[in-house]
Design a protein around this ligand. Structure first.
Ligand code: ATP
Length: 249
């Protein structure tokens, strides 16, 4: 899989500076800083409980946090969720949060709830082109889809909001390796179409393989950062996150 070389001049789409998020006494994010250059896939890898979902929800604005969030150079603090969506930030949540009793088509339509019909018809066609399997199942209830199809639907729904920045929370969760590969190919396709992706994953090997840059999150703190290819070769990291000392492949 190919990766874009890091350009020192790539403008930052998102910058997170010294982010702190608490649940009562639990400090889930303890001064996280990271940068997401426009047009790249940046992954954040970490074990259960490292703070990955908290990071996504903080960026999206569904959790209160302190520190600085800059999107296209503008502060996000105090900006309501719907305005973040309107400015191009879209989250695919870890649990996918589909409406199980609604059809594929209706779930997708809800992803465009804030937009006028004539504007979203083209986006719906685009989602069905990207995911032919969703087109075949457009009248099927979301709750009856396979795990991989549900993940496609969750991504498709997020695309209906026309994101510039897609936040993907553990898309590989609970999926078989072949399906994970399909999903990650789709993510690469989004990058090719100009969508910037921040991906959090426990599946470090798979996410590093498609990412340009990566951060390692442990107990709410960034422990490592570098080009994804470099981290994938790192032996120490390999032993902890990649199931062995050789991370290639
Ligand atoms: P996982 O991969 O298991 O989803 P994660 O890296 O996404 O883990 P978070 O879900 O962000 O981690 O959790 C980070 C820390 O915050 C954990 O210690 C978790 O127990 C705690 N935490 C998360 N949500 C809450 C909550 N609603 N109330 C209290 N503590 C929470």
């Amino acid at each position: 899989m190919t990766q874009t070389p890091r350009s020192p001049d790539a403008p930052l789409l998102l910058e997170v500076r010294n982010l702190h998020t608490r649940y009562g006494r639990v400090e889930a994010l303890d001064g996280v800083s990271l940068q997401v250059p426009a047009g790249q896939i940046v992954s954040v890898i970490g074990a259960n409980g490292a703070g990955k979902t908290t990071l996504m929800n903080s960026i999206m604005g569904v959790l209160p946090c302190s520190g600085e969030l800059l999107y296209q150079g503008q502060p996000l603090q105090g900006v309501p969720l719907e305005t973040r969506v309107a400015r191009g930030i879209s989250l695919v949540p870890e649990r996918r949060d589909l409406f199980a009793a609604l059809t594929v088509h209706d779930n997708l339509q809800l992803g465009a709830y804030s937009r006028r019909r004539e504007k979203w018809r083209a986006d719906l066609d685009d989602v069905y082109t990207r995911f032919p399997r969703l087109l075949e199942r457009r009248t099927q209830l979301a709750g009856t889809l396979s795990g991989g199809e549900q993940q496609m639907l969750a991504i498709g729904r997020a695309l209906m909001a026309r994101p510039r920045l897609l936040l993907l929370d553990e898309p590989s969760l609970g999926l078989a390796p072949l399906i994970v590969r399909d999903i990650l190919r789709i993510v690469q396709g989004l990058k090719a179409d100009g969508v910037t992706v921040l991906l959090v994953e426990q599946n470090a090997r798979a996410s590093l393989a498609i990412s340009d840059e990566a951060y390692v999150l442990e107990s709410g703190q960034v422990k490592r950062h570098g080009p994804a290819a470099e981290l994938a070769r790192d032996e120490m990291l390999g032993a902890s996150y990649l199931g062995g000392s050789n991370a290639s492949g």
